[in-house]
Design a protein around this ligand. Structure first.
Ligand code: HEM
Length: 446
């Protein structure tokens, strides 16, 4: 153990200079770097940020449970990850903390209960079918396609209206630009020094303002529309706080809508892309899945054990949220460790999901493990949607999107692998560099 200022007992790890010297290795390939360090230090280690700030990285399921569930009140989202995002995307669920977060979470949560989601399923299946109707055969990079479909699914679930294609395209363009900017900002903070000179931040603030203006316009239209809707916007506008009975302000609705899009579309795009890659490279599993899908209605797939096992196993191997972060509000202890307030903790889900101590044959794509032991999907070694009170609010919705997509796609197209092997690009989420698959239509969608 390394002692800091005698009083604390942090896990062994890299002090300041070794952290600095290794920072390029870290930036080049964070998953590889962290995985190697986990092997070296035994599953939990400390790194040093700046001169004094400590970061503890862990793939120990009990430690992760402690942070996300057991003692979650002592942990906030760290400013390191959220500060800049809040500037552009506002103070919605993903980035807020404390009492404000809890009040918002209670307000938004009911919209994502399974029964309430039924109303959205029709929108989701319609959007998927429209998307697939125009999809040509070929050998495309499927990541941009999955990105496109996930984005439009979320926009349509939020605003079930005939949105002008130009407005949809503009929303997509601003979102992509802002997310790319945030990625660079988090990964290469030194670039911030250039913002006053290169106008980049100004341009991004302009884009964020435009995004908010578009959503404000959609809210105004909705308020003057006498028809009833079953979309997420309707839910955000109609829900009332338990304590005051009041509605959210328009600004709050805009923040929450932006956060749902931000948190929901890239994660789903990653999950679908890796899943199709795994299926294309494991034809026997793919064939078994297609046979299950052929005899199921889209709604049946939600309860189909094999469909769910395929999705879970894909997210075990390629968790879209490959890690998360928290900061300790007060000093805390876990086992022998004792660390000061301000310590940042990184639960490394990717490492845990591929750890042989918890997952036999961890590198094997083996959906049956979730069938043989259904409790695995809820086990403390599996965190695709996080855990505790801040667990993904959209998890049921995301599972439904993926089930419906698999159903429509694999009953209308065949997929096959190509010689291209994708690489992981672990940025904020676990993206592939590209995934080239051969896709061929087998039936005509009406
Ligand atoms: C496969 C798809 C998805 C994955 C893997 C995923 C994963 C996650 C994870 C791991 C967290 C917890 C992060 C943490 O503890 O720091 C989270 C939070 C969140 N997710 Fe998802 N997510 C997905 C889809 C969605 C969708 C479709 C939506 C919305 C429609 C959504 C909305 C959110 C929100 C708002 C939060 C923040 C919740 C809070 O802090 O209270 N996610 N997600």
């Amino acid at each position: 153990m390394t002692k800091t200022r005698k009083k604390y007992n942090l896990p062994t790890g890299y002090p300041f200079l070794p952290t600095l010297f290794r920072s390029n290795d870290f930036l080049a390939n964070p998953i590889k770097f962290i995985s190697k360090s986990m092997e070296k230090f035994g599953g939990t280690y400390t790194a040093t940020l700046g001169l004094r700030k400590k970061i503890i990285l862990t793939q120990d399921p009990a430690f992760i449970e402690h942070i996300l569930r057991g003692n979650h009140r002592n942990y906030h989202k760290s400013p390191l990850a959220t500060e800049r995002a809040v500037e552009f995307f506002g103070n919605g669920l993903l980035f807020s903390n404390g009492d404000y977060w809890l009040r918002q979470r209670r307000l938004v949560q009911p919209a994502f209960h399974r029964e309430k989601l039924q109303g959205l399923y029709d929108i989701v299946t319609r959007s998927i079918d429209e998307f697939l109707r125009d999809l040509p055969d070929g050998e495309p990079d499927i990541y941009p396609l999955m990105h496109q479909i996930s984005f439009s699914l979320l926009i349509r679930s939020l605003f079930d209206i005939r949105m002008e294609p130009a407005t949809m395209a503009e929303l997509g363009e601003h979102f992509t630009a802002l997310q790319e900017f945030l990625l660079r900002d988090v990964n290469r903070p030194v670039q911030r020094l250039l913002y006053p000179f290169n106008g980049m931040k100004r341009d991004m603030l302009r884009r964020a303002k435009r995004l908010k203006a578009i959503i404000a316009g959609l809210i105004r239209e909705r308020r003057s529309d006498p028809r009833s809707y079953n979309d997420l916007l309707d839910m955000l506008l109609s829900s009332r706080y338990e304590d005051s009975g009041e509605h959210m302000t328009d600004e709050q609705v805009i923040d929450e809508a932006l956060i749902l899009i931000f948190a929901g579309h890239e994660t789903t795009a990653n999950a679908l892309s890796w899943m199709l890659y795994l299926l294309a490279t494991h034809p026997a599993i793919n064939n078994r899945l297609v046979n299950e899908l052929k005899v199921s209605s889209p709604a049946d797939t939600l309860r189909n054990p094999f469909v769910n096992a395929v999705i879970s196993e894909s997210m075990r191997l390629y968790p879209p949220a490959w890690m998360t972060e928290r900061v300790a509000v007060e000093d805390d202890r876990f086992g022998d460790y004792h660390f000061p307030k301000g310590t940042i903790i990184i639960p490394f889900f990717f490492g845990l999901h591929r750890n042989a101590a918890h997952w036999p044959e961890p590198a094997r794509f083996h959906p049956d493990r979730f069938i043989n032991d259904p409790s695995l999907a809820r086990s403390a070694s599996f965190f695709p949607f996080g855990a505790g009170p801040r667990m993904c609010i959209g998890n049921n919705f995301a599972m439904a999107e993926m089930c419906f997509f698999l159903h429509s796609f694999l009953t209308n197209f065949t997929i096959a692998a190509t010689p291209q092997v994708p690489e992981m690009r672990p940025l904020i989420t676990l993206r592939p560099d590209r995934i080239v698959l051969k896709i061929e239509r087998i039936s005509t969608l009406h």
